[in-house]
Design a protein. Sequence first.
Length: 384
Amino acid sequence: MRTSTQGIELIQKFEGLEQTAYPDPGSGGDPWTIGYGHTGPDVYPGLWISKLQAEELLVKDLRRFEDAVETLIDVELNQNEFDALVSFAFNVGEGALGDSTLRRRLNAGEDKCPVFQQELPRWVNGANGPMPGLVRRREAEAELACAPVRETKETFLLRAVRYFEEEKHQIDALNALWGELDPVQRDWFITAYRGSQAPPEPVEEYEDFFPLDVPYFAQHDSKTNQGGRMCFTSSMAMALDYLDPDVIDGDDDWYLSIVLYFGDTVSSEAQQRAARSLGFDATFRMDGTEEDLLSKLDQEIPVPIGILHYGSVDNPSGGGHWVTLIGYDETHFMVHDPAGELDLINGGYFWNRSGENQRYTRKNLLKRWNIANDHDGWWIDLKK
């Protein structure tokens, strides 16, 4: 069994959303936390995620507690009872659930509603006595556990989308389903999914030479301490390695050592001088247009560009982030994004998704590149 939408909303309400990573109050550092209480080695200082990413993380984090409830509770549970126990375990831990009188009484076959009403309120104390937030949470969990299960209209397809994790069998199943739809059904679905009456955007076939066969370097797997801030270096290394692989004697970490000789990894001057020291004709420019990008790609030259990757697409923000364009079609740019897959609409990044050969819509990526007008994009002008 998995937590229902109602159960997830209850947990979200009491956990609260933090979109920027914050340190442990006790240590002032590790472990860092983000979203709805998510911690782990993938959370680091300065990380920001969108609300959608936080929800995705929560669904994944709940798996552990869902499995614990199914393992620890021997009696049959309805959806509301299951959701209440998952919320409880998520808050106090699987070990506390396992050692609790709540568990022992449920497994003894006692009437479940009175057990929830009597046992949950016992778990509300902090160092100085009952905590109002915990009192409210336990009341909400008990109320949910005792409530009759409402008939749901949630389909299997909706549940499948909620728990989609890009497993091969999941991708194959969705592709097979898509293949069963005729063109009219596909157009209807796209329009309904986008919440618009506008016709779906056409997708043209790629040109034969797109995407360019550019190597992909992920910044966060760097063996240096610069991984969180070396998007510029990783993007440049990808483009330069494509133009002359004999010159780039390694990956983005190798190229970083060249850049740091001339300055900081985020410095456009250091990037320009590093590339030139290796014999490349590279110029940092702040006057980029869409036509410039298409022209360079038509010449089969990858294009590193600097974008604003935080905030909504209509109000982008942030200190800047670099990606490498490797192709385009009628509606999209093909992109190597060293940080992963960008949430182009909401800002931030989808969790643990590769940035290799991403397709970002031209219209929305340009909103994050041309900020004040249509000719102020930051880019590196490379020549063969």
